[in-house]
Design a protein around this ligand. Structure first.
Ligand code: AMP
Ligand code: TRP
Length: 332
């Protein structure tokens, strides 16, 4: 049976890019793979971005990320769902992998280059980030990794790390592959400045748990086709981020209506945005209601995460033992 692993960082409120790029997929794959679907809130990764790390908020953001995933429909009894730092083996395997990973390979990672460029002092952990990610996946000998397009390079590196380990210490790990959600490769940010991202802050994101009024305040001024200056100008939905969102949230007749009416200036951008808000409301309201219900009993979330960590450890511990032995460490 193939095994799925994926991780999500608790660096901010989960947004609709996370929802379509990752969280919905977690639920769907969870129904197929059951306890062979392993999902992790990667809190050891989060502090590699100094701008997003605050010891005062890390625990709360970790809890909220768990809550959001449960509210979206992840069933912790069906899958394995836990917090990375609760299973110490992640850090241990991450360290052992750093011993065989050339720094040059890590310096070539696009995400590293983008993030390092903005920093005056680069934490070594930012460079090691993808090594810890490889450890997350390989600790469970997972072969299937649902992620957004931005993570494909990290999964290629994971394959490289697995291959190198297998070559040096005998066949141990599978070579995992990324699985992408084709219709949500890169959900654009509502500010029109490229991909929606937690690290760009709330002006870029539409939160999964954000209230409709606040979402509307972001949609109303959001950029549309720049060629459509007046209400009477025909627009091109293919260059409009509002149309991208319609494809995620609206039903087929609405998408078709927008596609036709925008091109012949039959509807204006504000009407188009209102129609979108309706679709967003239909998708997010049930999730938000469920989140409110779960929040009333936070201990259920903590219990679920503890059970998840125990299940994860039961798989991770023997793999770790195998690695220690193959690498020649003195046994206990
Ligand atoms: P992160 O927010 O970087 O921890 O990403 C968590 C998951 O959501 C990863 O699988 C990402 O690839 C995915 N993701 C993040 N932002 C987007 C986006 N704008 N569009 C699609 N997927 C995304
Ligand atoms: N780097 C991933 C991201 O930013 C998060 C992550 C950490 C991850 N470990 C992982 C994703 C293992 C998949 C598998 O989205």
């Amino acid at each position: 049976m193939p095994r799925v692993f994926s991780g999500i960082q608790p660096t901010g409120e989960p947004h609709i890019g996370n929802l379509f790029g990752a969280m919905f997929n977690y639920v769907k794959l969870g129904e197929q793979y059951g306890k062979n679907a392993i999902y992790c809130i990667v809190d050891l990764h989060a502090p590699t971005n100094p701008a997003a790390y605050d010891p005062q908020t890390l625990a709360r953001l970790t809890y909220e990320m768990a809550l959001a995933n449960l509210a979206v429909g992840l069933d912790p009894d069906k899958v394995i769902f836990f917090v990375q730092s609760h299973v110490r083996e992640h850090a241990e395997l991450g360290w052992l992998f750093t011993l065989q990973t050339p720094v040059g390979e890590l310096e070539r990672m696009t995400q590293y280059k983008d993030k390092a460029e903005k920093l005056e002092s680069i934490p070594a952990g930012l460079l090691m980030y993808p090594v810890l990610q490889a450890a997350d996946i390989l600790l469970y000998k997972a072969d299937t990794v649902p992620v957004g397009e931005d993570q494909v390079q990290h999964i290629e590196l994971t394959r490289e790390i697995a291959r190198r380990f297998n070559h040096n210490f005998s066949e141990t790990f599978p070579e995992p592959r990324a699985v992408l959600t084709i219709d949500a490769l890169r959900v654009p940010g509502v500010d029109g400045q490229g991909k929606m991202s937690k690290s760009k802050g709330p002006s870029s994101t539409i939160g999964v748990l954000e209230d409709m009024e606040s979402i509307w305040q972001k949609l109303r001024p959001a950029p549309t086709d720049p060629a459509r200056v007046r209400r009477t100008d025909p627009g091109n939905p293919n260059v409009c981020l509002i149309f991208d969102y319609h494809k995620l949230f609206s039903d087929l007749p609405t998408i078709e209506m927008v596609n036709v009416e925008c091109r012949r200036a039959g509807i204006g951008c504000i009407d188009c945005k209102k129609a979108l808000l309706g679709g967003i409301e239909r998708t997010l309201t049930p999730i938000q209601q469920r989140a409110a219900e779960i929040s009333a009993q936070p201990e259920q979330v903590y219990d679920a995460l503890e059970r998840g960590a125990n299940e994860a450890r039961a798989i991770a511990a023997p793999v770790m033992e195998e690695v220690r032995q193959k690498m020649g460490f003195l046994g206990k």
